[in-house]
Design a protein around this ligand. Structure first.
Ligand code: GRF
Length: 189
């Protein structure tokens, strides 16, 4: 059985999708840790409710990225984490974790990368009047949304479609695609 750690800063709908994929025995894995840089986020509340162990930190309590990533790395190793899954984690990963988990950190992003990197990818697609966008799962490197692409799925944006429905489409795809990709990666580890 493989161990995964989910890193998240926000709502945690992908965290829940992964959790449910495990409960439903689609994914053979344990979420052994939820790492968050936002103590008050919904994802932290969800993890606590589900009795999933958390490592919650406030970046401003640390002098730099390396110092909090050393603490994170120690706990990941202590818990035998095989794969780091970023799910709305709003920080760049630094060398400490990249070196400790080479090609074992993945992220999901709501665009067809390399299009619309960075913040508010759906807003970027809307401003661009894009007729299509999608979801990308990729390996994490030191850039923002620049790592090697593992899987992508596209969807249509209708004329004058609301942000709400575009986001709902994006999330629906994410919640299927991420567990599927994680399953494949864990099988190959
Ligand atoms: C997702 O849209 C994901 O693509 C992006 O951050 C969002 C996280 O959503 N990286 P949630 O917190 O999992 O609901």
């Amino acid at each position: 059985m493989k161990n995964i750690a989910v890193f998240a800063s926000g709502t945690g709908s992908n965290f829940i999708a992964i959790y449910e994929a495990i409960v439903n025995q689609y994914l053979e894995a344990n979420i052994v840790l939820l790492v968050s840089d936002r103590p008050k986020s919904s994802v932290v509340k969800k993890a606590i409710k589900l009795h999933i162990p958390t490592f919650i930190f406030n970046p401003s309590d640390f002098s730099d990225k390396a110092s909090y990533e050393i603490d994170i790395l120690n706990i990941l190793k202590e818990r035998d984490v095989d794969l780091i899954v970023l799910a709305g984690y709003m920080r760049l990963i630094g060398n400490t974790l990249l070196n400790g988990y080479q090609r074992k950190i993945i992220n999901i992003h709501p665009s067809l990368l390399p299009q619309y990197k960075g913040l508010d990818a759906i807003g970027q697609a809307m401003n661009d009047n894009a007729k299509m966008t999608g979801i990308t799962v990729h390996y994490v490197d030191k850039g923002m949304d620049t790592g090697d692409i593992i899987a992508q799925e596209s969807f249509v944006i209708e004329a004058n479609e609301s942000r709400e429905t575009i986001e709902a489409k994006a999330h629906n795809i994410e919640h299927q695609l991420y567990p599927k990709v994680i399953k494949k990666i864990l099988e190959d580890l």
